[in-house]
Design a protein around this ligand. Structure first.
Ligand SMILES: [Zn+2]
Length: 198
């Protein structure tokens, strides 16, 4: 049985939340470091922690999911989202039935709560403890991106060693890096070294 009590997770690496869109953050639960793929989801608890970080909390206190079920469903959804979003960017016709399966499993209720600025917002709470329903809001974010998103603003970090995604909400739409502090500076430092070694 899967419990929702969180272990002390201060020392565990967190997936970056810099995608500016839940669907992008979903893809960013996998990153790259050198030649290696960094997997941020290695257990059900990792997925739950990520859901909470994304502001999604399950309405049920305790789930009857079997071990590994949430992890496996979350990874399947991520693979699916990767296909759909890549296709969306290339303006390809999409096979959407699998995403619909996730959407149909999302049993939810409207939920009124203050946001971080204290303003009231309506969100949705998952009312079912199935893995697919717990991931429903994430599936919905992917669907929303396909419907309302601008494909040209779906971008991947330009650093050659980085695979992170983001939705470019900057005014001029010139965002190039997952983060200026990491990849932007890494790139600039490399350019600087190149110039000075010529
Ligand atoms: Zn990057």
């Amino acid at each position: 049985m899967l419990m929702f009590e969180m272990p002390n997770d201060k020392n565990l690496p967190h997936a970056p939340m810099l995608g500016d869109h839940l669907a992008m953050d979903l893809l960013n639960t996998q990153a790259r470091s050198g030649d290696k793929v960094v997997e941020y989801w290695n257990s059900d608890a990792d997925v739950l922690r990520w859901l909470r970080q994304s502001g999604i909390s399950p309405a049920v206190e305790q789930s009857t999911l079997t071990d590994g079920e949430l992890l496996s469903q979350a990874k399947t959804l991520r693979t699916l989202a990767h296909q759909l979003i890549t296709g969306f960017k290339q303006e390809k016709l999409q096979e959407i039935s699998e995403l619909n399966t996730y959407l149909h499993s999302y049993v939810s209720a409207p939920h009124l709560a203050p946001d971080s600025d204290g303003r009231l917002v309506i969100t949705r709470l998952s009312c079912s403890d199935t893995a697919a329903s717990m991931l429903g809001q994430v599936a919905e974010a992917v669907a929303q991106l396909l419907v309302e998103g601008d494909a040209t603003l779906v971008k991947q970090c330009e650093h050659p060693d980085c695979i992170l995604w983001f939705y470019d909400r900057t005014k001029a739409h010139k965002r190039r890096w997952c983060s200026m502090a990491t990849c932007g500076n890494r790139y600039k430092a490399a350019q600087f070294r190149k110039r000075n070694s010529d």
